[in-house]
Design a protein around this ligand. Structure first.
Ligand code: NAD
Length: 291
């Protein structure tokens, strides 16, 4: 197979499949899945994400509800909005875009979303369900990585998988998903000793650190599969055009790896596709039509 793992193409296919399922839901059950995206204040990066989330939601036939609140919205006002969305029968998925302004307790807000509509998979109930093997809604980015790995590798039983980064959003749920696939999982982080040696033993490397090109090409075992979650914006040349790089030295790593995701065009597009998938899943479950 191709060395570069084309997340953009895979995500496109996934979105087509979701759109077809949405059509079936509408035709056979008269149900339209609905996703509400809530954003507080103005953050340019969040703005880009929210816009493309809402656009893609509409494109696959779902109801897209965008709620933008001013930066000085109180925590209480936001909690009231979340509670209203919890009760709204047209809404099956609720996403509160992070980061939130500092005067708002993000955990309190995220924990107020009912777990059944928590399409980001951040609610402690979903975290617990994922780790105990229940019917969880799984965080979108690690879910996307897992789909790419399954597509590329098939059965991952017994493989050594190293996840670098232990965030609640990516690293920890990624480790859980690999464990579910019967990998032998190592969760590495900023205090890990001799990271190069840890990575060298891995058949699967998932890098989610947030440091540009920190994983060196020569660390990668021959034949390994590398998933690069990092999205790091580097200031560009004199013209000031910035460029995106991952957490892995892609070109050098590709000399050893059997497969590797590029940045951009790897994991990034999978994240929104998985958000749509989670919304569809939540909708089916809320209507007792799953799985
Ligand atoms: P985070 O900052 O919450 O976590 C980073 C983790 O890296 C921490 O657990 C830390 O222990 C570990 N770490 C830091 N320095 C290290 C070192 N020197 N060696 C080993 N481990 C180290 O970040 P996050 O939210 O998990 O995101 C990680 C990266 O993934 C970022 O670049 C982010 O932009 C990107 N990201 C991409 C998507 C996507 O859609 N593709 C989604 C979420 C995050």
């Amino acid at each position: 197979p191709e060395k570069l793992i084309d997340g953009k193409a895979f995500a496109e296919g996934l979105r087509k499949q979701i759109a077809a399922e949405v059509q079936v839901l509408r035709d056979q059950h008269g149900i339209q899945p609905g996703l509400a995206v809530v954003m507080v204040g103005e953050d340019p990066a969040s703005d880009v994400y929210v816009r493309s989330k809402c656009k893609q939601t509409g494109e696959c036939g779902m109801l897209s509800v965008e709620r933008r609140l001013p930066a000085d919205t109180s925590e209480n006002e936001l909690l009231l909005l979340v509670e209203a969305l919890n009760k709204d029968p047209a809404i099956h998925g609720i996403l509160v875009q992070l980061p939130l302004p500092r005067h708002i307790n993000a955990d309190r807000v995220l924990n107020t979303i009912v777990p059944e509509k928590d399409v980001d998979g951040f609610h402690p109930v979903n975290v617990g369900l994922l780790s105990t093997g229940g019917q969880a809604l799984v965080p979108c980015t690690p879910l996307g990585c897992s789909l790419l790995l399954k597509d590329r590798l098939g059965d991952m039983s017994g493989m050594n998988a190293v996840v670098i980064g232990r965030s609640n959003i990516v690293g920890k749920p990624m480790a859980q998903l690999l464990l579910k696939e019967n990998c032998t999982v190592t969760l590495a982080h900023s205090r890990t000793r001799d990271l190069p040696a840890v990575v060298k033993a891995a058949d699967i490397v998932v890098a989610a650190v947030g440091i540009p090109e920190m994983v060196k090409g020569e660390w990668i075992k021959d034949g390994a599969t590398v998933i690069d979650v990092g999205i790091n914006r580097l200031p560009g040349s004199a013209e000031g055009k910035s460029r995106l790089v991952g957490d892995v030295e892609t070109a050098e790593a590709a000399k050893h790896a059997a497969g590797i995701t590029p940045v951009p065009g790897g994991v990034g597009p999978m994240t929104i596709a998985c958000l749509l998938r989670n919304t569809l899943t939540a909708c089916k479950r809320l209507h007792g039509l799953e799985d």
